[in-house]
Design a binder for this molecule. Structure first.
Ligand SMILES: Cc1cc2nc3c(=O)[nH]c(=O)nc-3n(C[C@H](O)[C@H](O)[C@H](O)COP(=O)(O)OP(=O)(O)OC[C@H]3O[C@@H](n4cnc5c(N)ncnc54)[C@H](O)[C@@H]3O)c2cc1C
Length: 410
């Protein structure tokens, strides 16, 4: 990004990965940048992302297959991700003194798995580049003069920048600051929005009080889930109201579509991962003797207590094929589980929906609001966990910064 007129002022609202990346690129180009955030400090969700099993920055898979992870939004994300691809993000991380490694699943993490050091080094760089931070500035929209209006502890503050980037995030984990309140502001301005929905989220299963009391908090791992012919392996966690976990998150897009279409979603759970149905039948042929059915399933079938509990929970006693081993094995290998809703947004990893791509030009500027750009999770794209979320935020942050630079030049 070439040097630009020092007098140009850019307001970036939202200090998450998308906003901060845009701030870095624009300030490096010599523009005066202020990052406004409602919270007392920036990057709270980024810090949280690093606290749950490590910061999964991006994924090492080949770019073409990487891009397919954005499903319907792939055509809109392609240019941004191709011009700031996973390797550029990894190099950026190294440039901030944080080495990375590729995990067994191809996911890329900083060696220091929390985000703290990376964020600290990043904020230092931004300050050195002259980025100003305005914490405790809650954006409430545009006033009658077309200025940005912020609620602060000292009353209302207004700003009239040369360009604005909205990088306000989704609506999950609202205590990190991303509460989706911008939906009302942008609806008032007639910006086309797709409804926000939880993504990479848990789902509700109406458990019996006995089952949730006995098994909530217990994992089924490894487990294989199949939805609509799509089969994935990973960890499933029983919660007091349903299921969550990596494999559930990864299938959340398809499951949400089923819920929309049918009012329920059905997932088939393989309770005896790693064993073919035929082998399981052979194991189950072991004489049951005086064992209880559960003991028999545990000893002959090799099922865990939670797997047995789930089998019993989902199958009325009269329908359990106790004496038909082939039928029993089939049920164990593909137990249908009915999900009735998504778990609440506040607990989701991310949100689908947001500012629709047809409201934007190819530089991420709102077609009907010249000089106002949008980046990050508040855009209408969705992706599974695996580093695709952060990569999407960083890449659209870079693309919007390039769009702003171009807008200022012209
Ligand atoms: C538990 C958890 C773990 C995760 N782990 C990973 C992971 O390992 N890998 C991965 O790729 N992704 C992960 N994610 C997702 C990832 O963190 C988000 O997709 C990403 O942070 C979104 O970046 P963003 O810049 O769009 O918005 P955010 O990071 O949400 O930042 C938005 C900012 O806008 C501010 N803001 C909101 N409204 C206003 C307002 N009205 N006025 C002023 N400021 C406002 C907020 O305070 C916030 O600072 C995880 C998410 C969660 C919740």
């Amino acid at each position: 990004m070439g040097k630009m007129n020092m007098k140009k002022n850019i307001a970036i609202i939202g200090g998450g990965p998308a906003g901060l990346m845009a701030a870095e690129k624009l300030s490096a180009g010599g523009v005066s940048v202020t990052v406004y955030d409602a919270m007392p400090s920036v990057g709270r969700k980024f810090l949280m992302a690093g606290s749950h099993g490590g910061l999964n920055l991006t994924h090492s898979e080949e770019l073409n297959s990487f891009l397919t992870r954005y499903r319907a939004a792939t055509p809109h994300m392609d240019a941004a991700i191709s011009s700031f691809p996973p390797q550029a993000l990894i190099d950026w991380c190294h440039g901030l003194g944080q080495e990375t490694f590729i995990g067994t699943s191809g996911r890329v993490f900083p060696v220091v798995k929390q985000s703290k050091n990376l964020l600290r080094a990043w904020l230092k760089r931004l300050e050195e580049q002259g980025v100003r931070f305005a914490p405790r500035h809650r954006w409430t929209g545009w006033n009658e003069q077309g200025e940005l209006a912020f609620e602060t502890p000292d009353g209302e503050v207004c700003a009239k920048p040369d360009a604005t980037l909205l990088a306000l995030g989704g609506a999950s984990w609202p205590r990190t600051g991303s509460n989706g309140a911008w939906v009302d502001i942008l609806s008032r301005e007639n910006v086309a929005l797709a409804p926000l929905e939880p993504s990479n989220c848990g789902f509700i299963v109406p458990w019996s009080p006995y089952f949730s009391g006995r098994f909530a908090g217990q994992p089924l791992k490894p487990v294989t889930l199949t939805v609509d012919g799509k089969t994935l392996q990973g960890e499933l966690m029983i919660t007091d109201k349903g299921i969550e976990g990596s494999v559930v998150y990864a299938l959340s897009g398809v499951l949400r579509e089923q819920l929309h279409a049918n009012g329920k979603a059905i997932v088939h759970v393989d309770l005896r991962h790693g064993l073919s149905c035929e082998t399981l039948v052979k194991h189950l042929q072991a004489p049951r003797k005086a064992q209880s059915f559960s003991t028999y399933l545990r000893k002959a079938g090799g099922l865990s207590a939670v797997a047995i509990g789930l089998l019993r929970e989902m199958t009325p006693p009269e329908s359990l094929p106790i004496n038909d081993i082939e039928k029993l094995a089939k049920l164990i290998k593909a137990l249908p589980l009915t999900l009735t809703a998504t778990a609440p947004m506040a607990r989701a990893i991310s949100t689908a929906g947001g500012v629709r791509f047809d409201a934007l030009d190819e530089h991420f500027m709102l077609r009907d609001k010249a000089g106002v750009f949008v980046a990050g999770e508040m855009l209408d794209w969705d992706a599974p966990t695996g580093g695709y979320l952060l990569q999407g935020c960083f890449s659209t942050g870079v693309a919007a910064a390039q769009g702003i630079a171009k807008y200022l030049r012209e």
